[in-house]
Structures are given as C-alpha cells and as structure tokens.
Ligand binder design. Sequence first.
Ligand SMILES: [Zn+2]
Length: 270
Amino acid sequence: MKNKIKILAYHNVLPDDGTSGIKDTVKLSTFKSHMETIKIGDWQVVPLIQIINALNNGLELPKKAVVITFDDGYKGVLSYAAPVLNKCKYPATIFLSTAYIGTEKIFPWLPRNPNVEYNQSYTALNWEELRVLQESHFTIGSHFHTHQFLPTLNSIEIEKEIKISKKIISDNLGCEINVFSFPYSFPFKHTLWPEFKEKIIDMLVLNGVVGSCTLERKNITCKTNPYFLPRIPLFKNDIKPLFAIKLETNPLHLNFAQNFHQKYLKYRGI
Ligand SMILES: [Zn+2]
C-alpha cells in the first residue's frame, strides 16, 4: 500500500457569525467538520517535523497521516482553531511572518475587498498570544520576515529574511526555528524558479533549517524534497464533502475540481 500523507495549509479561522471572509479563511463550523473527517477517517495527525525527519534520514513514512499547518500568524488561529485542536489533541505548526507579529495590524497583503470587514481575527498575533499557542500543541515556524515574493530578491536579501525571522522568534519565544513555509502560492513555472531553487536550498541548509513547505499540489513520497513539501490549501468553500475529497484524492487531480467549483460559486454569486 502506498503512503497517504497530506499536509494541510490553512490561513485563518473565523467565527460563524455571518461574516463573509476572504477565500483563504475557513469558518469555525467548517474547520470543526474537517477535524471530524480526519478523526472518522482514521488518519493519524502527526507533527510536521516527523515527516521532515523521516525524509531527511531515509526513515519509514507513516502509512496514513495528516499534518496541520497555518500560514502568516492570524489571531483567528488562537481564538478559533486552537481550542478545536486542543480538544482533539492534534498537533499543528504555525508559520509566522515576523515583521508583522505584535503589530496588531491587518496583514498588508490581504485583498482590499469592500464586502469583507477585516475584524480583529485578521490581525497579527502578538508574542504573548504565541506563547499560549506554544504551550498547547503548536510548533512555531517561520514564513520569512516580510512576506515577499522571494524569487525576485537577491541572495543577500533572502538570507536576511531567513536570519532576521529566526532571530526574532528565538528572542521572543526562546525556541530555535528549523521549519519554514514560502509566502505566496509557489511559482514553479516562474522563469526565476530554477535559479532560485538552488539558491534557497543552500541558504536554508546553511541556516539550520531542516524543511520547508510550499503550496505545490503533489503527492508526498519517500523521494519528496523536504525543502519543497507539497501542501493542500483549504479555502472558505471547502465544506465537509469537499474536504473529504481533498484528503482522499491525488492532489494532482484536485486543481481541476477546485477551479470548476470556484467558477460555479462565482456563477451562482456565492
Ligand atoms: Zn502567507
């Protein structure tokens, strides 16, 4: 039997009060239904580092496992996702864009959409709140410092992004950061990609990083490069049956279904 390993990429979780979130946010009831699906499906929820260590050391991968991750560092993760995860005793990793942590501001890359009211759940977590997450089942990782489109930066700028974010997290939370996630849906077809790929692996290794996540849709096998781990992004319309499909389906087949569903919702004005 092939290994079934899925790394889930969430951003933010919002309460079910009728607020219309942006595409990357998931309502609390939807998030709960995802965790129920994981439980019922007999998936083992494992920490990200377990998969990275197995890939780096040629160890056996779990047969059927899910990893839960969150990008950016939204307050909604502490307020809404963490209590659900704590109840299930599921571990998770949150990747922080360190320049914004503690600013209490709305993250600047969020789309300016007049139909979305950016409430407090969309603001960046502060260090005290992150210590609460750290004490529960959360591992802290870096989403680089200023959330830039990395392939357009030169080597010095990229190294700065890695070093500064590691130092800030270590100074504030007292932990060494060895896992990263790349900002933005990763540009594998971008013309700068081949050169960037070489550069970034060297820099991550030199700075003690053991693994990094992308948003590439691919299967995870024993041959997967731990510095380009594929993940499955979860969106606001991923209701329970769609989530179950995402968990069970080959990620390469998901793009078509996801795009079709998004177009259908747009057509219906949802
Ligand atoms: Zn991000």
